[in-house]
Design a protein around this ligand. Structure first.
Ligand SMILES: Cc1cc2nc3c(=O)[nH]c(=O)nc-3n(C[C@H](O)[C@H](O)[C@H](O)COP(=O)(O)O)c2cc1C
Length: 184
């Protein structure tokens, strides 16, 4: 089983990066393979809201409004057997780069309804918050809603903050293992 792990913090040694490493360790321990993609290395702009609000995403199920790294990443997401989306919590929400990516994936796939090409695939959703952890739950709620729209199956939804780091990293590793074990 191949899992595309996408993380969206600019910090290469921060909490989000540690979460991605933990998920990958679990996936590989269970015999799966993982790609580790850092959204801050790519250009994925916000949706252009083409036409009257819909563009090629509605009928062609691809983004024709903004040509950047989204198109290739979309294809990689479709080719993977599952996803892990790992975002820092910004303003109680997904980080802006993860929001851009998930918004555009949603337009292309949710417009297919039950035939979403991500439909039925598992996704591990992780929200990495700061010291207080306020807004972690609203971030996870928004990630869950996204998964519902594209019809992915949340393998787990995990919130982590600085003081829960050690036991939640262990949980993320275990969730990566379970994702592979339950879907292979
Ligand atoms: C613009 C911005 C907004 C943030 N908003 C929140 C927030 O709403 N709640 C929270 O707990 N932490 C918030 N934080 C803190 C980050 O979620 C926290 O530092 C996170 O662990 C970052 O992960 P990193 O170490 O991988 O960069 C915010 C940080 C930034 C830069």
């Amino acid at each position: 089983m191949h899992v595309l792990v996408i993380q969206s913090s600019p910090n290469t040694d921060g909490l989000t990066a540690a979460c991605a490493d933990a998920a990958i360790a679990g996936i590989e321990a269970a015999g799966g393979t993982a790609e580790n993609e850092r959204l801050t290395d790519l250009k994925v702009a916000s949706c252009n809201q083409c036409g009257n609000g819909w563009g090629r995403c509605r009928t062609g199920h691809e983004c024709g409004g903004v040509l950047d790294d989204f198109q290739a990443l979309h294809q990689r997401a479709l080719a993977a057997d599952g996803l892990a989306l790992i975002t820092p919590v910004y303003w109680g929400d997904l980080s802006e780069r993860m929001k851009n990516l998930t918004d555009r994936l949603r337009r292309c796939e949710a417009s297919l309804g039950e035939d979403s090409r991500l439909g039925g695939k598992p996704v591990l959703l992780v929200a990495a918050a700061g010291g207080g952890g306020g807004g972690m739950i609203s971030c996870l709620t928004n990630m869950e809603r996204w998964a519902q729209h594209v019809r992915m199956r949340p393998a787990d939804l995990i919130g982590i903050k600085r003081i829960t780091r050690e036991h939640k990293l262990a949980a993320i590793r275990a969730a990566g293992e379970a994702l592979v074990a339950q879907n292979s």
